[in-house]
Structure formats: structure tokens, C-alpha cells
Design a protein around this ligand. Sequence first.
Ligand SMILES: Nc1ncnc2c1ncn2[C@@H]1O[C@H](COP(=O)(O)OP(=O)(O)OP(=O)(O)O)[C@@H](O)[C@H]1O
Ligand SMILES: [Mg+2]
Length: 308
Amino acid sequence: MLVICPHCKKKHTIDEKKIPPNATKARCTSCGQSFALNIKRPVEEKKQKPVKKGETVTRKIGVSLSKGGVGKSTTAINLSAGLALAGYKVLLVDTDTQGQDSFMLGVKPKAGLTELVTGELSLKECLTKARKNLWLLAGGKALAGVKRMIDRKDYGGEMTVSEALQPVDKIFDFVVVDTSPGWDPLTVNVLFYINELMIPVALEIMSLQGLSEFLRSISSIQKYRPELGLQYILPTFEDKRVKKTSRIMNKIGKIYGERLCVPIRYNVRLSEAPAYGKTIYEYAPGCNGAQDYRELVRKVANDPKLLS
Ligand SMILES: Nc1ncnc2c1ncn2[C@@H]1O[C@H](COP(=O)(O)OP(=O)(O)OP(=O)(O)O)[C@@H](O)[C@H]1O
Ligand SMILES: [Mg+2]
């Protein structure tokens, strides 16, 4: 490049690559005066970072909606298991007193989230290895005591789960949190822990009402945690024979755009698999339910080639 000294007008030909990236001034070798260097460098395009296996930043995804029976646990299980199958290291946290996730995965945990929160046992002792790459921090009845513990705290109760889960950070690629129906101190704790929210919406009018109600509660948390993003709206129980399904899909598509996931179809295999303690990929790998959850895994991992 050609640089002209503003003082003596001497022309210098300089190799641009040899100029340090943070250089703002230059000195003329002819007259010895310094002058401001004004180089326009091409701005590097900021690319969306792909999710790499073994990456140190743990993505924390909560599957939540106050309405019951919309497919939260089915989604949490099959999303976690799918990510684990794809090679990611995944922790599934069950924050529900029903403790169904261990049953659905066919494991019998000796301890879980309760013992971690109360500090009775170490993280290693609380984890149950459920599959290759997949660990479970089980829920269950004992979590009722955790709720009371949170209620008794004068301040900082909403951070109880985040504090307990701190050692988990950077060990896993993904932490997926399953929540209970309703709105209780544990749900609030989950919303103070996760960064990405996935809301399963059963394709029926009642659950759309539940969605707007839930979103109002979420916005009250986002005031304190602006980093909590509503990342995924996941339609569940899709049945194309039902006319209102496409009407509801259009409606939520207009509002949520890119955040709207490909729906999970109504699939009887999905309701059968838990009785065998199997994920959908193990129970019926070729069924619609397995295909739909694989699609969800690809969207979440931002990798269209996964599991195909
Ligand atoms: N796409 C689907 N097609 C058919 N059955 C499904 C589907 N998704 C979930 N189910 C079944 O519907 C029932 C409710 O699902 P699930 O337990 O996942 O909902 P949930 O939101 O976790 O419920 P809760 O609010 O009680 O925790 C279960 O019996 C499950 O097997
Ligand atoms: Mg559930």
C-alpha cells in the first residue's frame, strides 16, 4: 500500500501485512515526523459458532410449561438421549416430584437432585449413568423437602438449584432440565439456572391459553435475568387430521418465526416406550416419533447432518 507523509509528502510503499493490527501511528523515515495511520481493514464476518462436542461452555436448556401432560418429560428424555447418541455429553436433570424420568429411562437411581442440593452427597454420588454419554440427576418425592428448604430461605432462595449445579458447569455439553407442571419454587429456580427455554405446546386451544399465561410469568423472571431466552416453541401431539392444528400452527408461526420447531406428531410409540424404560430411538427407531425427535436434536445442536 502507498502511504504519503503529511509533513514532507514523501511516498512510502509499505507491505500491509507487516503493519501490526493495533498500529495507529507511523513515523516517516525521511523527515522523522510521526503521523496518524488510517488503515481500513476488512471487518471479519462474525459467524454463528457451531456446537462442538466437548466444548467447555455448557448449554442449559429447560423444558417447561405450567400446563400438565404437554410432552415435557417425553421431550426432555428424547432430546437428551438424542444429543447423547449424537456424541454430546449430556446431563438430564429431573426437577419434578413425580420423578418419572428415571422410570422412562429404565434406571433406578440411588440418589439425585435432592441429595445434591442438601449437600448430603457429592455430585458424583448423585449422578446416575443412564446411557453412553447420558447422565441423570433424578427427581422424585424427596424434592418436596427441597421446595420447603427454598421457601424457608430469607433471600437468594431462587438461586438454590443454580448453586447446587455449579460443579456441573463445563463437564457437560448440554444440561437439559425437565420441570413439573404448575409454577412452584423449583420451577422458578430452574428459570434462574437455564439460559434457553423450550416450551412444548400441545396443539390445542387450551394449551395456547396456558402458553400466554406462562409467558407472562416468564417475563417477570426475565426482568432479573435478561439472558433467559425463549429459544424453542415445540408443537407436540400434532395430528393433521384435526383441522384446528394447522390454524394453531399458523398462529404460533407468525408470532415465533424461527423459534418454532418442526412439530412432534402424535405417535402411539412415544406413549408406549416409557413402559419398557426405553427411549424412542431404542423402542421404535423408525417411527414418526423418533424421526421428529431426531429433527429436534438437529435444530438444537444446529447441525443438519446429525443422526441422519
Ligand atoms: N407425541 C406424542 N404422541 C403420543 N403420546 C405422547 C406424545 N408425547 C407424549 N405422549 C404421552 O403423553 C403423556 C404425557 O406426556 P409427558 O409425560 O411427556 O407430559 P408432561 O408434560 O411431562 O406431563 P407432566 O406435566 O405431568 O409432567 C405420556 O403418557 C406420554 O407418553
Ligand atoms: Mg413430566
